[in-house]
Design a protein around this ligand. Structure first.
Ligand SMILES: CC(=O)N[C@H]1[C@@H](OP(=O)(O)OP(=O)(O)OC[C@H]2O[C@@H](n3ccc(=O)[nH]c3=O)[C@H](O)[C@@H]2O)O[C@H](CO)[C@@H](O)[C@@H]1O
Length: 381
């Protein structure tokens, strides 16, 4: 066989950068491998999140392959970090031996938009998993990332029906949009046993259904000292009724230290403030919690899949299905409402939710099939 006769498989460059991306990428890689024998993947880690707690522990626990490419961008201001991602991914695209047939990005972090921009400018099509979600709040960096990424993506894979509606309103063609379901829930379903086996409850002295899991890291909550103060006061109040487990994101810890509240929370006997937890530790805790209080989009979805009441510390959500069908209620910045809703849950007055269609553990396979069909159709045209 001469070198020209050797068939090289098309490459899909799959980008991860921040914690929520790591959770979602496993089912996508497996879905492509299972459905698309003519494709190979390259895992690109931008290095947006880089330490063990925020990155490496997720690779270990979720069985993700070692990244083929590590871009080492690190932390930075919004523009600075996004620019570094764009620049370093463009360099890799220009220097790599075989350019990818497509770049696949997930979610809404700076790595998503940075790599999408670098790719499309070099004529390499972008596939966006978790496309079409909209909070309609452009003060959030994630909303800007979503809108820009979708505008330059050719294949838009959505996790809930609102994604399709939003994209159609923005002028995207129906053919470019596919409802695949939620890849993050694939992971949740496959890892629930491993998370339970870890038994974080006994390690922390907690009883099933008798505690709250609280996470917050959004700039809108933690960068405003007065609001952060109020949220901490309500945490202390709620902890008088149920113990609160509080895994603290690095951004939040910095802000709490800056306003002198870290010591107060850490020394409270019914608040368990911890470093960021591994995927299994957190899932082991959330799946047995009475209530989840969060500003994380991913946790809103996980709470809905687990059918656990979720009080969402945001004025809006890009994931309306978690409110319309699921267990989430938007509390915004109303700390009074937060405390009332905790009572509602404890006294069984809280709404019931149901798990949305296609959050069934097979979203990764559907993503794999759509990627293969998209690239095959592109080759033919
Ligand atoms: C715009 C954007 O992309 N935002 C995402 C990013 O926000 P997040 O707030 O984590 O944004 P960054 O990636 O800028 O990290 C914030 C800060 O955390 C610290 N840091 C970060 C990484 C790390 O491994 N170790 C560490 O200590 C740094 O001080 C850094 O400045 O990740 C969150 C999950 O965690 C996602 O929900 C957000 O959507």
């Amino acid at each position: 066989m001469t070198p020209s006769q050797i068939q090289t498989k098309d490459i899909v460059a799959c980008v991860v950068g921040a914690r929520p991306n790591f959770v979602k990428m496993g089912p996508i890689l497996r879905g492509i491998a299972a459905t698309s024998p003519n494709l190979q993947t390259r895992l690109i880690h931008t290095g947006q999140h880089y330490d063990d707690a925020m990155s490496d522990s997720f690779f270990r626990q979720l069985g993700l392959p070692k990244p083929d490419v590590y871009l080492s961008v690190g932390s930075g201001r919004q523009g600075e970090q996004t620019a570094k991602i764009l620049d370093s991914y463009e360099r890799w695209l220009l220097e790599c031996e075989q350019p990818p047939a497509a770049t696949l990005v997930v979610g809404d972090v700076n790595s998503t938009v940075g790599c999408a921009l670098a790719s499309v400018k070099l004529g390499i099509p972008v596939i966006h998993v978790e496309a079409g979600l909209r909070s309609f709040d452009r003060t959030m960096p994630e909303e800007i990332n979503r809108v820009v990424t979708d505008a330059i993506s050719e294949l838009l894979l959505v996790s809930e029906p609102s994604g399709r509606e939003n994209l159609l309103k923005e002028g995207k063609s129906n053919e470019s949009i596919r409802l695949c379901g939620n890849v993050m829930i694939d992971v949740l379903r496959s890892q629930l046993d491993a998370a339970t086996a870890l038994d974080p409850l006994s390690k922390m002295g907690l009883t099933k259904n008798q505690y709250v899991v609280w996470t917050m890291h959004r700039p809108s909550n933690v960068d405003d000292p007065e609001l952060l103060h109020q949220l901490c006061e309500s945490m202390i109040q709620i902890a008088e009724r149920l113990p609160v487990v509080f895994p603290v994101h690095p951004r939040t810890r910095n802000r709490l230290e800056a306003i002198g509240l870290w010591q107060t929370l850490e020394s409270s006997p019914s608040i368990l403030a911890t470093a960021p937890l591994s995927y299994h530790e957190l899932l082991g805790l959330t799946s047995n919690a009475k209530i989840i209080i969060t500003d994380s989009g991913g946790l809103q979805e996980e709470a809905t899949a687990l059918e656990i009441p979720c009080l969402t510390l945001r004025e809006n959500t890009e994931r309306p299905i978690t409110v319309d069908e699921g267990t989430s209620v938007l509390v915004g910045h109303d700390v009074g409402l937060l405390v009332t809703l905790v009572d509602d849950v404890i006294e069984n007055r809280f709404k019931q939710g149901k798990c949305p269609q296609l959050w069934d553990g097979s979203a990764g396979r559907r993503v794999g099939s759509e990627v293969a069909a998209f690239l095959a159709a592109r080759k033919e045209s």
